[in-house]
Design a protein around this ligand. Sequence first.
Ligand code: DX5
Ligand code: ZN
Length: 220
Amino acid sequence: MNVRIQPSILSADFVNFERDFESISAADGIHVDVMDGHFVPNLTFGAPMVRRMQEITKLPLDVHLMIENPDHWASEYAQIGVFSVTVHFEACSDPVKVAKSIQQHGVRAGISVKPKTALSEVANCLEAFDQLLIMSVEPGFGGQSFIEDSLSKLSKAKELIEHSGKDIWLQVDGGVDENNISSIASAGADTFVAGSAVFKAADRNAQINRLRSLAESAKI
Ligand code: DX5
Ligand code: ZN
């Protein structure tokens, strides 16, 4: 089982992305949080910034859209040629159509659920997607504590994925750090977003490697 560590740049220096990207070169990808100030009470940046990020790094960009109306906007991000685009189930009118609008650009499509959204709600559309993102904090801000209930949600999500027989990645986002990543990996996650746990570390690449190795050991 592959383990992927994706630092969230919500905890990076917003006027020094190029320097901060270089400081996380050991990562498997960069998690890019797009927030519109409506779907979540915080605002980051839009497609022009993501396009520029794509030009300054070779690491795959994993775009997490915390925005309203992803049915309209998701393909604009996919067109940039990023690695993956994840939309929120709660904001989609037609999740399967959104998945296709992303995948038609050769980009992986992800579906995300907020902590209070039941997995049963996404079960019907899950197979249209390449990855499922379980939010383990209320989306909007970095540095929050991991919601413990997310562990059982991840285990159930893992069962749903196995039942589908498809190679759908199981991603977790929010409050992931060196103290809890082992139990999160044991619950079934394979793709780990970590913002503050990576960016606060004195040696960010060492921290990424440590997180990866803890997750890998827990999975065996
Ligand atoms: C929260 C974002 C996360 C956030 C994670 O809404 O989606 O990606 O940056 O940050 P940490 O790891 O600090 O909880
Ligand atoms: Zn995120």
